[in-house]
Ligand binder design. Sequence first.
Ligand SMILES: Cc1cc2nc3c(=O)[nH]c(=O)nc-3n(C[C@H](O)[C@H](O)[C@H](O)COP(=O)(O)OP(=O)(O)OC[C@H]3O[C@@H](n4cnc5c(N)ncnc54)[C@H](O)[C@@H]3O)c2cc1C
Length: 396
Amino acid sequence: MNLAFTDEDIAFRDTIRTFIATNYPSRLRAIADRDDLGKEDFLEWHRILGARGWSAPAWPTQYGGPGWGPTQRYIFSEELARAQTIPILPFGINMVGPVIYTFGNQAQKDRFLPPILKGEEWWCQGYSEPGAGSDLASLKTKAERDGDNYIVNGQKTWTTLAQHADWGFFLVRTKADGKPQEGISFLLIDMKTPGITVRPIITIDGGHEVNEVWLENVRVPVSNLVGEENMGWTCAKFLLAHERSGIAGVARSKVGVKRLKELARAETMDGASLIEDPDFARKIAELEIDLTTLEMTELRTLAREQAGEGPGPESSILKIKGTEIQQRLTELAMEAVGNYAAPYVRGFRDYGDNMGVGPDYAHWTAPTYFNTRKTSIYGGSNEIQRNIIAKMVLGL
Ligand SMILES: Cc1cc2nc3c(=O)[nH]c(=O)nc-3n(C[C@H](O)[C@H](O)[C@H](O)COP(=O)(O)OP(=O)(O)OC[C@H]3O[C@@H](n4cnc5c(N)ncnc54)[C@H](O)[C@@H]3O)c2cc1C
């Protein structure tokens, strides 16, 4: 793998950098508190990229992708992270979009792909249930045929940002007997359909990011079934592999390391800067080495995708290492600011002010630490990813 950028790559990088500098809304830059981001804020940057044809870097050109190779996609994500733009939410672009263009019929492609690209419709993921997380195939939400409709009943949980969703992709049980995996179907459900109730779950950092979704006699047209009835497990697994590789977050962790170093430079211990402390410097160095190694793994995965091989079980490696690094970053930040992480009060609007106690940059350390605990759980927990590696990669 040649890692040196060519002149064309550098020209491409400059084009992206200039585009972001010129087009990223200053209004969004000014929103420092993620709690203040509303639906329209999340979608605004998506729409700008969509209008430029850059919202779905990995999609095939026939469905609206920009036709970039792995290097260009890598440069693009680096530049977005570098500029600290609001990330494009994964549910449409990275998850249901690829399922629809791979398994959907022409009418579904025509109806759903353009609004996903343009950021006109917000999607949520209805997989997990109170009794079906790691053991997803045991899901119970039921869809029964009634003429041209399914009648759906059940409960989903942990549904990220469903409070904003226009559409959801749901795994439902369409056959009760036989192997559990062989009785699941993949349904696209309009979240405005009568019978759907979204209830908030407040997380440990005090945020409203996840929800319960209740479905009571929800009528869903059979035309919203993707693929064949009872073949939804194939779509589900395909989607999870895409979801996992997207979770690695290498480019944004690189920015995180830069920030951690700034923080360690500003913090002092026994009169010297914390970054000069050999023990803390070692911890940062270990993290950077892990991140560089992960970056190489991600580049290898991208190169394989370019050669026509979709993300396979190796995406579990990206998921585990990527999320461990994200968590480690927040743990070291907590270690660096120490007690000054304590004053955080959710809803306190003056970002940058640590309520007069310690440095202002300490304000976000604790909530970011708490929020990042989720990363080793969602997208399939890291223990489950290890099981997948043992079975599918190592053949144990
Ligand atoms: C912030 C957040 C957002 C989420 N967003 C969504 C979403 O939008 N849509 C959606 O459908 N789901 C979402 N999820 C759900 C997520 O996918 C599940 O939480 C995850 O799959 C784990 O399932 P569970 O919570 O039921 O835990 P369980 O499956 O009950 O697992 C509990 C513990 O046991 C371990 N464990 C379980 N089975 C095994 C095994 N066989 N071997 C070894 N260890 C095992 C797990 O690793 C875990 O540590 C989200 C979760 C979080 C935390």
